[in-house]
Design a protein around this ligand. Sequence first.
Ligand SMILES: [Zn+2]
Length: 412
Amino acid sequence: MSIELLISAQDFWWKKEKVPSSVPVTPKESGSRTSAKTLQTEKEKKGGASRIPKCFFWRNKEHPAAFKESSNEMIDFGSERLPGGLPNFGNNCYVNASLQCLFTAESFCRELSNLVDSSTCTLEYLFLRCFVVLLRLRNSSEVQGDHKKGLLLKALMKSAAHYNPEFTIDNQNDAHEFLCYCLTQVEESGRKLGWQEDVNPRCPVTSNFKFKMWNIITCSSCGSQQNNNVEVFNHVSVPLKHDSVDQCLSDVVNKPTLLERKCEVCGGESASSRWTFHTLPRFLILQLNRFKMTRHYRVEKVKTPVDITPELQINCFPQSHTPGIENSRSEARETDRNALGGSISTYRLISVLNHIGRTACYGHYMSDCSSHNSDEWKIYDDDLVRLSSETDVLERRSTSAYVLLYERVSTG
Ligand SMILES: [Zn+2]
């Protein structure tokens, strides 16, 4: 059946059909709806769920007043308009920015396209089919196809809203939540189509975005390791407490946090907990904590500028034995490499999803995306696409960067 026929059958079908029980619709209060958990520090866990609060977004054209203080974030649109944009029906800049960011993850998109092409085309998998056809239209060199893009985008959003009512077509929403929803939806659909975790046909979310982390708890008195759990994630949530992204990340990963915990070996009452990478993904998603809940339950935007690190060096420890906390970073790297079989991977920035605007209640999402096999970057601002550069992104996005997408380029 063609995609057009499926889309035309969509409304009729979904009015009759109930939400399948195999697709989890996580209640709001339980935290992230992603199937792989958000990495939280122990302190955040104690303080309750750090769910990204709900935000409301309008297009900048409609609310220019919201952007007066953000002029540095807006890049001059004097250059030629390029193909590849996605239409905005009023409130879906969060969808467009999330999709454009994911479309930059080339091997994910290629694997997903191949799998979808060899799968049955039914309404149940309409989300996957729309994602892949939109991706192809985005990457084609023609400016035409706007009508079809609109049709596909609306069908994709209806499909998302069918399984998760928060994404109804007229609602504004959070771009990071939608991005994670896309990954979950691909996984859920793939599971029904027989895609596997470790063998072919392998789920492209698992092979491109998933990674494992150790949570290691070490007694402060005798040094015995008491609880080495491995957990699976699809992104790291990073508090903005330092000047640069790599410093912010090292606050979450490899940094010990003190806990009150009785040691079974020596009876000591304090321990340190730390998270380290056990496996690394091909694409690493970092969500910068740009929104916080105040004491009075109001959502505030965190406008702290942060230097976007274009290249990250990340340690990975396949075994649970990690260097002692007293080790300096360079000593730790040596110990890691030489004695414990660890490795350091280099990640390159390939996309930045931005929230432009002063407050959590007004704003606009857009994404900067690198081009494969070229130094060129493009700004995807709904249907407007303009040329940019990495220098522009690094200089101008320090207060707007919300989600960063990195690709692994080498493993040492
Ligand atoms: Zn002990």
